[in-house]
Design a protein around this ligand. Structure first.
Ligand SMILES: Nc1ncnc2c1ncn2[C@@H]1O[C@H](COP(=O)(O)OP(=O)(O)OP(=O)(O)O)[C@@H](O)[C@H]1O
Ligand SMILES: [Mg+2]
Length: 475
């Protein structure tokens, strides 16, 4: 997208030669000869740079400078002054002009001045951006997991980085890492040097959302006192992350679909179509297809977004990630708080493995953080986790406590095991009990062995004998 330059000068020869010189090097150029024309063109052409004569027949260049800056604080203004008029040139710099050139001027010099001003502005924006993003970037690789489900997620992140698909949809319950995944996609893509800007569609009232996304022109509505560049414009070349897209109003969904299809949009109240090169990553913790059925989400947008989709399974369906996540959080939080926790006790980890984590990884992180605050020893112990978590494991145990189990199934009231009248295959009893123990503890061999009062090695041996695959119970 070439940068737009507006030349404001009443001397035809001056503006003509400037227009030629700047067009030649690739700028898109418009010319205005009066203050009135300049105001109009500023409005519709929306220039990045204005070359502005200090003296105009119907207006003062200084006034225009202030007006333009008030309308668009990002616009670059270079004043054109007579050589004799150094005082007013200096004044223009005080009033916010980026630079000035003296008449008569050297065209090469002007090209250089415009180029340098744009470059400086660009560099400043980059520096601001990197300051904001450095923390984010710092953490972009910290998506932890070694379950099949997470390996699949990593693969998809890589594919998204390599292909530059224009839209990506991330679906998962709250706390499963949608935001982290979106970040990771951005920083693994060719867009990583450009901005990543996120907006939570559920947190912004409907009437402000369009403004935030597409910006507005001055006067688009009562409070619109100056031009405002929205997220789509600020993220040019980068990624827009539309979080909680399931809560986006239907009318906005239609507009988003239009931007995806046409790669163009208009600011609110704007006449000019602005080209847009951004990748859209959308995320939701809702069942979007269900919402489509209820006519609360547009089917066409859903199918457009769904082309590249990354499902993030809830933590209870990939419990094998828990130990790695716990270690990772302990390490991170040790650094953050200067603590020296070395790990977690077997018993406490067992509790964490047995809990269902409705709040997913976020809840796990919070639980570990709380336990670390309370822990006085080296290992996180069961007492320092919430009752909800440890009680959950307890409840499970209670629901099928060993005694109850024996009584109900194989023991009589006086504790004697009863041989059924038709006899029984002892191996089959053993096989069934081992299976039940493994089921109850979701493949945790230590706990299953304890419950069967045998050593872990014995259990392993029997499992092999009965050809039990651990995968069956692991989650
Ligand atoms: N795989 C993971 N590895 C490390 N940390 C994770 C992982 N998944 C999530 N987290 C951590 O869990 C917390 C929640 O993650 P995130 O904000 O990405 O979830 P979310 O799906 O966007 O949740 P919500 O729907 O509530 O917005 C964050 O602190 C994040 O760092
Ligand atoms: Mg989120």
């Amino acid at each position: 997208m070439s940068k737009r330059v507006l030349i404001v000068d009443d001397e035809y020869l001056v503006s003509w030669s400037l227009e030629r010189a700047l067009s030649e090097v690739g700028y898109s150029v418009e010319v205005a000869a009066t203050g009135e024309e300049a105001r109009h063109k500023f409005e519709v052409f929306s220039p990045h740079v204005v070359l502005l004569d200090v003296r105009l027949p119907d207006a003062s260049g200084l006034n225009l400078l202030q007006e333009f800056k008030a309308q668009d604080k990002d616009v670059i203004i270079i004043m054109i002054t007579a050589y004799a008029d150094v005082d007013s040139a200096v004044q223009t710099l005080r009033d916010g002009a980026e630079d000035y050139v003296g008449k008569p001027f050297d065209l090469e010099n002007i090209k250089h001045t415009v180029g340098r001003a744009l470059e400086q502005k660009y560099l400043k924006q980059q520096v601001d951006f990197f300051h904001r993003e450095i923390r984010r970037k710092y953490t972009y690789d910290n998506l932890i997991g070694n379950s099949m489900a997470m390996i699949q997620v990593f693969k998809m992140i890589k594919v998204c980085g390599e292909t530059d698909a224009k839209t990506v949809l991330i679906l998962g319950e709250s706390g499963t890492g949608k935001e982290l995944t979106a970040n990771s996609i951005h920083f693994h893509s060719a867009r990583s040097e450009s901005p990543f800007i996120e907006i939570n569609c559920a947190a912004i009232p409907e009437n402000l959302l369009e403004n935030e996304l597409f910006g507005h022109e001055r006067g688009a509505y009562t409070d619109a006192v100056s031009r405002y560049r929205g997220i789509f414009e600020s993220a040019e070349g980068g990624t827009v992350f539309l979080d909680e897209i399931g809560d986006m109003p239907l009318a906005m969904q239609a507009k988003i679909l239009k931007v995806i299809d046409n790669k163009k949009f208009r600011r609110l109240g704007g006449r000019q179509e602005i080209e847009s090169d951004v990748r859209i990553i959308a995320a939701s913790n809702q069942d979007l297809l269900g919402l489509v059925g209820e006519k609360k989400f547009r089917g066409d947008l859903f199918f457009r977004l769904n082309v590249m989709n990354i499902p993030l399974p809830p933590l209870r369906e990939r419990k094998e990630d828990i130990p790695a996540l716990v270690n990772y959080f302990i390490e991170r939080l040790n650094q953050e708080y200067g603590s020296a926790i070395e790990g977690i006790s077997h018993e406490a980890l067992d509790c964490l493995m047995n809990y269902d984590w409705p709040g997913n990884v976020r809840e796990l992180r919070n639980a570990v953080e709380r336990a670390m605050m309370l822990e006085r020893g080296k290992l996180l112990s069961t007492e320092n986790f919430n009752q909800d978590i440890t009680g959950f494991a307890q409840k499970r145990d209670d629901a099928g406590s060993a005694d109850e189990f024996h009584q109900g199934v194989t023991k009589s009231n006086n504790g004697k095991i009863i041989l059924p009248p038709g006899g029984i295959a002892l191996e089959e009893v053993e096989r069934q009990l081992i299976r039940q123990a493994l089921e109850r503890y979701r493949g945790n061999q230590t706990r299953a062995a304890k419950c069967l009062r045998m050593t872990r090695d014995t259990l392993r041996y029997r499992m092999k004998k009965y050809d039990f695959q651990l995968q069956e119970w692991k989650m």
